[in-house]
Design a protein around this ligand. Structure first.
Ligand code: NAD
Length: 495
């Protein structure tokens, strides 16, 4: 269906919905743009209510078919086959992801696509060893019983994901959902429909029965996203995206009381103490601010530095930001590709302007780069640092989701902790210090779902992942995912 995106010249192609093992055209198309040069790379077929109904009913039917009869061991083997099939089409996935997102090819090939395969392997291995509790009950009146829990699938799971790490985030949810025996209707972002569709071909190759994995394309409100979340035969919704969208989805699922797992936005802090390894901290903080052009939920947009090293650190971070290469994603030397869309660039630029209006001092960047060639049609933006904004400034409070941070000084550990926690979000924090005790002490006081000490973005897939406050509901990762994507039935047997 989708051939390999194997060159910088992308022919216009069709990206269709995938329902019950068939590629299906809807009534309307929308354009899939390459953010690197603003060209149209595909026409995407939007799923209307009728197609979403068909996808959900295919998923429901598949629950009770061959897939439902597969043992845990067989499902685990299927997941390994999917991982293998992704790797055998590695270059196709990389080029499709680069074309859709504009992210550097180095990032797609070192992070996005390998992590997709790793997600399937991790949950294939975990489901085989996942144990459940059992209790012997002896009541005072002499009754004796054995209790044990049985893990069952939730049913049809609706997966809705954003555009920043399209394949990585889809498979992060899909792999445990399949491991637990569910069937799935996935709705990728309207900005990045390609790799979810390519994955449909992989499912066929890996021997996954028709109807187990379905893909519907479209938007949120009054489109495929809303049709999926409000569908009475969808048993659970797992969503990654903006906090406001999470709130809208929560409303849609409320009447049917569907369980939800929400991985939402962030306004993450990096705390740099004077006792840090200076170069390691500069490089680590720069990566945490600018990776994927700042379009990672875990990116730091607030950098707090102990006053003793503030000036030196701000100068080093500025030099680092100015040394980054913004450019064509297929060049191996590119550090930052474009933002995802013209609309998103407008939004990020409006925050660059707002930072000035709010009294901020520009340290680095602040505008859009000019190339004098075709790249000027892409949605590039300069890596940017501001200073001297009050803590109440909107730029310090609101998630921007671009390559921008605000840098400020702190005078004590207590102040650093209070500044980091002064947000309605609570996804991630990073702490840069060589004092082991301080690292532990401060980390445990961060009001977030994940805290890094002297690193950023490192993950063991078995660990809990999620956020507090506006950053999400629930945890995924390892057993936390298996517990969300399954229902436990406790069996109690009188002995
Ligand atoms: P978004 O919320 O605009 O869209 C995400 C998905 O939801 C898309 O597929 C979209 O079509 C769909 N959608 C939108 N409105 C909907 C509705 N009413 N009903 C059903 N579906 C709807 O997010 P985005 O702009 O694509 O992604 C960026 C956001 O994602 C940022 O806020 C970022 O922090 C967040 N994010 C969070 C994590 C995490 O793990 N916490 C990871 C990546 C991105």
């Amino acid at each position: 269906m989708l051939d390999c995106y194997d060159s910088a010249e992308f022919a216009v192609r069709s990206i269709l919905n995938y329902i019950d093992g068939n590629f299906v055209r809807g009534k309307r198309d929308f354009a899939d743009m390459n953010p690197a040069d603003g060209s149209v790379i595909a026409q995407v077929s939007e799923a209307d209510q009728n197609l979403v109904d068909q996808a959900v009913s295919a998923a429901r039917k598949a629950l009770w078919g061959e897939w439902g009869r597969r043992t845990v061991r067989e499902r685990a083997a299927s997941l390994h086959h999917i991982a293998h099939a992704i790797e055998s089409r590695f270059d196709c996935f990389v080029s499709a992801e680069v074309a859709d997102t504009g992210k550097p090819i180095t990032l797609a090939s070192q992070l996005d696509v390998p992590r997709a395969a790793a997600n399937f392997r991790a949950f294939a291995d975990l489901i085989k060893t996942a144990s459940l509790e059992s209790f012997r009950t002896e009541t005072p009146d002499g009754k004796d019983a054995l209790n044990y829990a049985v893990r069952k699938p939730l049913g049809v799971v609706g997966i809705i994901v954003p555009w920043n790490l399209p394949l990585l985030l889809l498979t992060w949810k899909l792999a445990p959902a399949l491991a637990c025996g569910n069937t799935v209707v996935a709705k990728p972002s309207e900005e990045t429909p390609a790799t979810a569709t390519l994955l449909a071909e992989v499912m066929k190759e890996a021997g996954i029965p028709d109807g187990v994995y379905n893909v519907v394309h479209g938007f949120g409100p009054n489109s495929a996203g809303e049709f999926l979340t409000t569908h009475p035969d969808v048993n659970a919704v797992t969503f990654t995206g903006e906090s406001q969208t999470g709130a809208a989805i929560m409303k849609s699922v409320a009447p049917s009381l569907k369980p939800v797992s929400f991985e939402l936005g962030g306004k993450n802090a990096a705390l740099v103490f004077a006792d840090c390894d200076f170069d390691e901290a500069v490089n680590g903080v720069a990566e945490s601010v600018f990776l994927n052009t700042g379009q990672v939920c875990l990116c730091a947009e607030r950098v707090y530095v102990e006053r003793a090293i503030y000036d030196r650190f701000a100068e080093a971070l500025k030099r680092k930001a100015e040394s980054l290469t913004v450019g064509w994603p297929l060049e191996k030397s590119t550090d930052l590709g474009p933002l995802i869309s013209s609309g998103h660039r407008q939004k990020v630029l409006s925050y660059y302007q707002l930072a000035r209006d709010e009294g901020g001092t520009l340290v680095a960047g602040g505008g859009i780069p000019h190339f004098g060639n075709a790249l000027d049609s892409g949605y590039y933006i300069q890596p940017t640092i501001y200073a001297n904004l009050p803590e109440t400034a909107r730029c310090v409070k609101e998630e921007i989701f671009g390559p921008i941070c605000h840098i400020a000084a702190f005078d004590s550990e207590e102040e650093a902790i209070s500044l980091a926690n002064n947000t309605k979000y609570g996804l991630a924090a990073s702490i840069w210090t060589t004092n082991l005790k301080r690292g532990h002490r401060v980390a445990q006081q961060m009001n977030v779902g994940i805290t890094w000490v002297n690193c950023w973005f490192l993950r063991d897939l078995r660990t809990p992942f999620g956020g507090v406050g506006l950053s999400g509901i629930g945890r995924e990762g390892g057993m936390h995912s298996l517990n969300f994507y399954s229902e436990l039935n406790n069996v109690c047997i009188r002995l």
